[in-house]
Design a protein around this ligand. Structure first.
Ligand code: GMT
Length: 379
């Protein structure tokens, strides 16, 4: 028996990689279920394609006062949270990231003199990077302790957080999900030839925000080994801080003809449809949302056995896992997958099944919805 629809304030970095995608897709799917979703953010979430009747956006404005070296965004956010709690009579706050968002939520709640429930979702970077900084560990712990419930996007992140942060209460794992209507096998039309790839060439793909943690030089070295044995091209999709260094490496290795930088793209299902294998060799990864996007499009991956990745990619089932930095193993596994047709077909089928059975949006969104009610009703 569900008595009423909820009014939920969502705090996230809407344009930041996987966590932004999860926060906005979850908001849209909750809105589709009739809940009133209030995004309190600095910029308009990029996935808001159409104006949804159950979604509102509350901008956090911050002036660049010359007296401040760093504009106090976290305080401005807390202030806006306090206003929206009161003006919209919110039932609940869902914040993505312990630092800074859970801390701003605690402050905003206090400013509003409110008892509103707060759910914090950990995505990785806040714990795996900030949690190792002794000065910030207490802040992460404070953010979690001030929340009524904390979720982690993988069991690995949950364990790591419990060990590193030692919060007062338990953390619950709720896996990431994708929009199954968008991520599915699609007809890519003439995309392969449009990108200058011949029909008989195998296509490898890497999608990320080109940060150091993604270890793109390992991707390039692995591809070099693969391309020495078979006719193949590599698509590098995305933008980010390492882009120039990667371009320089590609030139140095003389791979310009074989590696295509596509920049940021919106047509990921089509790009995945023309691809034969994903390479994802990060040194840290709480989940690896692109791996799930690939699975949902029927694409197997070679990925590193780190963080939450083994919860998404099952070795020998829907892809292969290799140790961090083990380029010869990545080359071997990629060549095996790309040359054994029978194995490839099985991996592809299992990829689709993993996305459908373990990470389906309806299952995961229901887990969040259940938690929303539990936290809201306990107040
Ligand atoms: O990995 C990034 O560079 C971005 C970051 C983010 O906040 O979007 O990704 C984290 O959250 C994603 C969504 O939950 C996860 O899929 C990523 O694995 C996680 N990144 C890391 O743990 C490094």
């Amino acid at each position: 028996l569900r008595l009423k629809k909820l009014k939920v304030g969502v705090i996230c970095y809407p344009t930041l990689g996987g966590s932004g995608v999860i926060a906005t897709e979850l908001g849209i799917m909750m809105a589709d279920r009739g809940h009133e979703m209030h995004f309190i953010t600095s910029s308009r979430p990029f996935r808001f394609l159409d104006a949804h009747p159950n979604i509102q956006f509350h901008e956090v404005k911050i002036d660049g006062y010359s007296v401040f070296k760093y504009p106090p965004y976290d305080i401005a956010l807390a202030n806006r949270i306090a206003q929206v709690i009161e003006s919209e009579k919110l039932d609940l706050l869902h914040v993505h990231y312990a630092v800074p968002h859970a801390v701003s939520a605690a402050l905003g709640k206090d400013m509003a003199n409110s008892t509103i429930g707060v759910i914090t979702t950990l995505h990785g970077t806040d714990v795996t990077i900030l949690g190792h900084d002794p000065g910030l560990r207490n802040t992460v712990r404070y953010g979690i302790n001030k929340s009524d419930a904390t979720t982690a996007v993988s069991e690995s992140l949950r364990q790591e957080t419990l060990e590193l942060i030692e919060p007062e209460r338990d953390i619950m794992t709720i896996y990431n999900f994708i929009d199954n209507e968008k991520y599915k096998p699609v007809d890519p039309g003439t995309l392969k030839s449009d990108l200058g790839i011949n029909e008989d060439e195998k296509v490898l793909i890497h999608i990320s925000n080109f940060r150091k943690v993604k270890r793109i030089p390992d991707i390039i070295e692995s591809f070099k080994g693969i391309a020495a044995s078979i006719n193949a091209k590599l698509l590098l999709v995305g933008e980010g801080p390492e882009k120039n260094a990667i371009e320089a490496l590609v030139n140095e290795l003389g791979l310009q003809e074989k590696i295509i930088f596509t920049g940021k793209r919106d047509d990921l299902p089509e790009l995945l449809a023309i691809s034969d294998l994903m390479l994802h060799l990060s040194e840290k990864e709480a989940f690896g949302l692109v791996l799930l996007e690939a699975l949902a499009c029927g694409l197997p991956s070679i990925a590193t056995n780190v963080g939450g990745i083994p919860e998404v990619i099952e070795n020998g089932v829907n892809g292969f896992l290799v140790q961090l930095g083990d380029i010869p193993a990545a080359v071997d596994k990629a060549l095996l997958v790309l040359t054994d047709e029978e194995l490839y077909t099985t991996l592809k089928e299992k990829a689709l099944l993993t996305a459908r059975d373990k990470f389906h949006s309806s299952t995961i969104v229901s887990q969040y919805e259940k938690l929303y009610y539990e936290v809201a009703e306990n107040k």
